[in-house]
Design a protein around this ligand. Structure first.
Ligand code: CTP
Ligand code: CA
Length: 225
């Protein structure tokens, strides 16, 4: 039997992580974003490094320092830019952790110049169009890397998470209640995979990251119990 470290190690593995919030432009100075800080992705990047992996980090808007020692850093602010970056890197990687809070919609009528009030008191119309689902596209692509998804929910956490894991076809899904995690330094998650649904205690984001990476490594090394 392999020893515990070998089972939980990501040595020689290349892991791509997306993190932070995307930013969808309305005009050159305004846009739509969300309150994700990127902290969980940065914690996961460090945990993957500690497990021996080479880490490729693609980030949107983040409110935390970038981790040192990554193999690749790339800023991709919009969902489309993030999609392009991920698919360019996809064939080099063994695992993909999609933590980024990707906007479900982008602005269809982005203005080339700063919007001006037209004086009538009538607000402008912002048209939205759906963004591609980066995680689902990667998970369902040919020779897909091992994919880890996140499900931030504000109600029915377990039911929505099960449905999301099945729909996207990801082997490991991390579910959390947004009211517990957002803006805090701790997190409380449930890990859902083919073998178990494991509720972890509330811990620091670093400890949560270590637990996610340990499970990911077990599943990638197929030493699951
Ligand atoms: N995700 C993605 N690309 C998108 C939307 C989401 O890669 N356009 C990824 C996220 O990084 C996360 C997972 O999909 O790992 C789930 O995101 P979430 O917003 O919880 O789920 P959605 O499928 O967008 O469903 P909904 O927002 O309706 O709950
Ligand atoms: Ca969404």
């Amino acid at each position: 039997l392999p020893d515990a470290w070998a089972t939980k190690s990501l040595i020689h593995q290349k892991i791509l992580i997306t993190t932070g919030a995307t930013y969808e432009a309305i005009d050159p100075v305004r846009g739509i974003t969300n309150i994700s800080s990127g902290q969980m992705g940065v914690a996961l990047a460090r945990a993957c490094r500690r497990a021996g992996a080479q880490v490729f980090l693609v980030y949107g808007k983040i409110q935390t320092a970038l981790p040192i020692g990554m193999a690749h850093y790339e800023c991709a602010e919009s969902a489309l830019a993030m999609y392009e970056a991920v698919f360019r890197l996809k064939n080099q990687i063994d695992g993909f952790i999609s933590v980024a809070a990707v906007a479900d919609y982008r602005v269809a009528n982005t203005a080339a110049h700063k919007l001006k009030k037209d004086g009538t008191g009538q607000p402008p119309t912002i048209e939205l169009t759906e963004n591609p689902d980066i995680l689902q596209s990667v998970a369902q692509s040919e020779s897909a890397p091992f994919c880890v998804g996140f499900a931030a929910e504000s109600e029915n956490v377990l039911a929505y998470a099960r449905a999301k894991r099945a729909k996207k076809g990801v082997p490991l899904l991390v579910a959390n209640d947004v009211s517990i995690a957002m803006g805090k330094t701790t997190n409380q998650v449930i890990l859902l995979d083919d073998f178990a649904e494991t509720m972890l205690p509330e811990m620091s984001k670093d400890d949560v990251a270590n637990a996610i990476v340990a499970r990911m490594a077990e599943l990638m090394n197929q030493h699951v119990q």
